[in-house]
Design a protein around this ligand. Structure first.
Ligand code: ADP
Length: 634
């Protein structure tokens, strides 16, 4: 072994220590994946070299035949992986193999429960990468040299995975990375050609570059062992370039795990080759679970861009809209230039047409999933529904298609679960119903008994119940679906159109006429608090309700704006009362103007409470109510 200089011992970042601990304790039932993870890294390193060598061919010094070699030593109980990819400098090694760079890692670690079963799922989502070596090894050594650096600037990293690691500068003749795993006692089964070959076939067959193992050769009696020969054990062709019919589901699944750094199988995928004016292949996956950083705007996006089979960049965000950021996959273009950059991509018209075609593919794939595997789609919706709701605002052209993929809770649904599609809603709509009714609010429990729903319940009309924070905003972008417009049942002067019979309408008008005096009295009593007072035809059980003006902000948007410290435009509600309710009748016959005023205010405040709003002056409400209670009890 060559001389080591500048030796130092450094501590792992806290998150790495947590990850190591968790991994060793939760992945023991699936140990063999360490090889997949290390091969995946080696393949990425080769991709990076190939790309950088386009502009700096000298990086390929000493060998352009790119490959990964896996070998083992039964006696020493080691497994060694070697790649001739981009390699790492001393600084690279210290940051990449000592810290975790992903944003949000600390938050992720806080979410761990300590329950190993649950956490092993989470860790699968997080991706373990290099550190998975410690599942089977109690000491790991890495020898690496960054392509382009001299042989004297190799680096030797070594650790027992217990909190610290050592780095030293060493001679390394070839560029690239060699990882030596010193197997834990009891894990020697991995120092075996047959076992390694099987694992590679199982998990890494799709890796596009050759993975070689030493050829098993038994020397004939009396002869010396022959020189080591290597043989390729994987298929070594880019999976997405193969015809669809020749790729097995398991291969698609393993490829997904490689590119997505996910442990679970994807829900669905779509593999296509486009020929003609533009030529490209795409392989797009829908993951089964949301990554832990789905809501971080700067979180990595899922597409890898290749140009004529050469890897160009990760996280190619220009190929899909932001609301589809959870899609993982590969796009391989024949039209783009190999030295394309992010900046160029943003302006290139080719990209726009690829983006709209890929977007459509994803939406089609989701439609198919929803149709053929509704249970799976439910799971998809739970994980990604919130993000899909960003769609109509971002992607005007596909609004109708996205709307068809949305799922809602409803008065005819399933305990607040978001399972009702707009198609299903319309299919069971009442005869003559030409609107899609919805109500927004803070929580399902709060809206499901809202007084706004009374008339709908009476007539058996379904109302969608929207209680995600994003919903009111979403609905401001959705005007209609399948030619039917959306109507917020808490807004404006509710018109049930054909659903109200002529007699009903006439009767309502008659009643309204007889209550004109009462309307005026309440208006005077409530004064500034309301924009209008009128007789309601949406109520059956409640005495009064507050409706929002057609153009005013709804409660949800107001609360979001207020919470973010923004000034909310002042808007006053419309007070509607139920003319046949005993309390209203009592109010109508009240002689004392003072008591009339108190009662009107109490009804107003109660209506606000029933809508889930808070009171402007709760103390006044309590005072008025108590005054009435005292009068009642004497
Ligand atoms: P991830 O692959 O998710 O980034 P890892 O922990 O597996 O996380 O690896 C951390 C980093 O270490 C990689 O991003 C890469 O920069 C570097 N790395 C790991 N293995 C290799 C390798 N064989 N060659 C070059 N760099 C590597």
């Amino acid at each position: 072994m060559s001389v080591e200089t500048q030796k130092e011992t450094l501590g792992f970042q806290t998150e790495v220590k947590q990850l190591l601990h968790l991994m060793i304790h939760s992945l023991y039932s699936n140990k063999e994946i360490f090889l997949r993870e290390l091969i995946s890294n080696a393949s990425d390193a080769v991709d990076k070299l190939r790309f950088e060598a386009l502009s700096q061919p000298e990086l390929l010094e000493g060998g352009a035949e790119l490959k990964i070699r896996v070998s083992f030593d039964k006696d020493a109980k080691t497994v060694t992986l070697e790649d001739n990819g981009i390699g790492m400098s001393r600084d690279d090694v210290i940051t990449h193999l000592g810290t975790i760079a992903k944003s949000g890692t600390a938050d992720f670690m806080k979410n761990l429960s300590g329950d190993q079963k649950k956490d092993s799922h989470l860790i699968g989502q997080f991706g373990v990468g290099f550190y998975s070596a410690f599942i089977v090894a109690d000491q790991v050594e890495v020898f690496s040299r960054r392509a382009g650096l001299p042989a004297s600037e190799g680096v030797h990293w070594s650790s027992k995975g217990e909190g610290e690691f050592e780095v030293a500068t060493v001679e390394k003749a070839d560029r690239g990375t060699r990882i030596v795993l010193h197997l834990k006692s009891g894990e020697d089964e991995f120092a075996d050609g047959w076992r390694l070959r099987n694992i590679i076939k199982k998990y890494s067959d799709h890796i596009a570059l050759p993975i070689e193992l030493p050829k098993e050769a038994t020397p004939a009696e009396g002869e010396e062992a022959p020189a080591l020969e290597w043989e390729t054990v994987n298929r070594a062709s880019a999976l997405w370039t193969r015809p669809r019919t020749e790729v097995k589901d398991e291969e698609y699944q393993e490829f997904y795990k490689h590119i997505a750094h996910d442990f679970e199988n994807p829900l669905s995928w779509s593999h296509n080759k486009v020929e003609g004016k533009l030529e490209y292949s795409s392989l797009l996956y829908v993951p089964a679970r949301a990554p832990f950083d789905l809501y971080q705007r700067e979180a990595p996006k899922g597409l890898k861009l290749y140009v004529q089979r050469v890897f160009v960049m990760d996280q190619a965000e220009s190929f899909l809209p932001l609301y589809l950021r959870f899609i993982k996959g590969v796009v391989d273009s024949n039209d783009l230039s190999l030295n394309v950059s992010r900046e160029i991509l943003q302006k290139d018209p080719i990209i726009d047409s690829m983006k709209s075609a890929l977007t459509k593919r994803v939406l089609d794939m989701l439609e198919k999933l929803a149709k053929n595997e509704p249970e799976q789609y439910k799971g998809f919706w739970k994980n990604f529904g919130q993000v899909m709701k960003e769609g109509p605002a971002e992607d005007f052209a596909n609004k109708e298609k996205i709307a068809g993929l949305l799922r809602f809770a409803s008065t005819h649904g399933n305990d607040g679960e978001q399972v009702v599609s707009l198609g299903e809603y319309l299919a069971r709509a009442k005869e003559g119903q030409d609107k899609i009714y919805f109500l927004t609010g803070e929580k399902y429990e709060a809206v499901k008994d809202s007084p706004h729903l009374e008339v709908f319940r009476k007539k058996g009309i379904e109302v969608l119940l929207l209680t995600d924070r994003i919903d009111e905003w979403l609905m401001s972008y959705l005007n209609e679906f399948d030619g039917k417009s959306f109507v917020d049942v808490a807004r404006g002067d509710l018109d049930l159109g054909n659903l109200d019979s002529e007699e009903d309408k006439k009767a309502a008008e008659e009643v309204a006429k007889t209550k004109e005096g009462l309307v005026e009295r309440i208006k005077t009593a409530l004064g500034d608090a309301v924009s209008e007072v009128r007789v309601s035809h949406r109520l059956t059980d409640s005495p009064a309700i507050l409706a929002i003006g057609e153009q005013d902000l709804g409660l949800q948007m107001r609360q979001i704006l207020e919470a973010s410290g923004q000034k909310v435009p002042d808007s006053k509600p419309i007070f509607e009362f139920n003319p046949t309710h005993p309390l209203i009748e009592k109010l109508d016959s009240e002689q004392s103007e003072e008591r009339f005023g108190d009662l009107s205010h109490i009804l107003f405040d109660q209506a606000a409470l029933a809508a889930g709003d808070s009171l402007k002056d709760p103390a006044a409400y309590v005072r008025r109510l108590n005054k009435l209670l005292v009068e009642l009890s004497v």
